[in-house]
Design a protein around this ligand. Sequence first.
Ligand code: FES
Length: 93
Amino acid sequence: MGLRGAGIERGRPLRFFFDGTPIDAFAGESVASALLAAGVRSLRASPRAGAPRATFCWMGICQECTVVADGVRRPACRTEVRDGMIVLTGTVP
Ligand code: FES
C-alpha cells in the first residue's frame, strides 16, 4: 500500500500524468499529495539556480509547488487531482 495506510477510506482510483509519467491517485487528493505519495519530490526548478522546489506551506501561500495542470499554472497543493489530468513541471517567472 506504500505511503497510503491501510484502514483509510479513499476516493475512487484514478490516473493522471506528471511530465508524461502515469501517476495513480485517488479522487479527493491534491496533486501535491498524490505526487508525494508516488515518490515525486520536485515539482519545478527555481528560476535562477535551477534548484529543485516542492511543497512548503501546503496551503496555497508560498507558490513553491506551482505546476501547470491542464495548461494552467496552479499550486499543486490546492489543485484536486482529476482522472486524465495532464500536469507538467511548473515554472515561476
Ligand atoms: S506548498 Fe505553498 S503554495 Fe503549495
